[in-house]
Design a protein around this ligand. Sequence first.
Ligand code: HEC
Length: 235
Amino acid sequence: MTTNDRLLDSARILCALCFCSLLILVTSCSDDDDDAGTGASGLRPANLIYSPATITTSFGTAVSSTQPDIDGDEPISFTLSASLHGADEDDDDDHDHEDNDFADHITIDADGVISADDGLPVGEYEIDVTAVNSAGTTSFEEVFTIEVEKANDEAISYQADIRPLVNNRCAPCHITGVETKWTEYNNTRRHIDDIIDRIQRSEGSTGFMPQSGSKLPQSEIDLYIQWRADGLPDS
Ligand code: HEC
């Protein structure tokens, strides 16, 4: 054997080694691909969609999302994490206890339905959902939003809410007279049960008010009811 031949042999062996390791690499890579793609038991969670993707409530009223659409092998289990929109994320440490203020109020059930209880503070919450099944785990960022608005808990008052309504709906019949002049606070207060009864009767029936008119919109009937519940304040 010449030196050249020996060199050539070494080169061949080296090449073969390279080829072998390349083969092993490729094979193991494609094995990995199989695991990541379909896995032993199929499809991991994908395409999580809530419709609608945002719900709005007022403070003090619990709400729930609809059941989401999701692809992937069943069963799928869900966890969530919520963040307050507009909160300074660089400042996370300072907000730790603030986070706890709402974390307990937002939950997700076995079907992926997200619920907020009546203690969730006013704010806009973005929700990330993590879905897990036998094939793997998928995180869906900001897949759902809950908006909690301030409750309109200002009491209804006669002067601000009821009197304008009398002028619109009960004139001209009840803006004169003595006892049934509803533009007088004390008259309206004394007759409130009768008034609420009359405006809730069916249109055209005996005693229905406004006489010969059409039924008040439910929102206006609710104003009277709420005013009575609030203790009939004048102003
Ligand atoms: C077109 C005229 C007319 C309009 C408008 C009208 N009413 Fe009357 N209302 C009457 C008449 C007439 C009576 C008396 C007859 C009766 O009791 O049904 C009456 C009686 C009542 C009574 C019973 C009073 C009592 O003596 O105890 C109530 C309560 C009442 N109205 C409420 C209302 C309210 C509230 C409105 C507005 C939302 C309204 N009415 C609008 C004509 C009207």
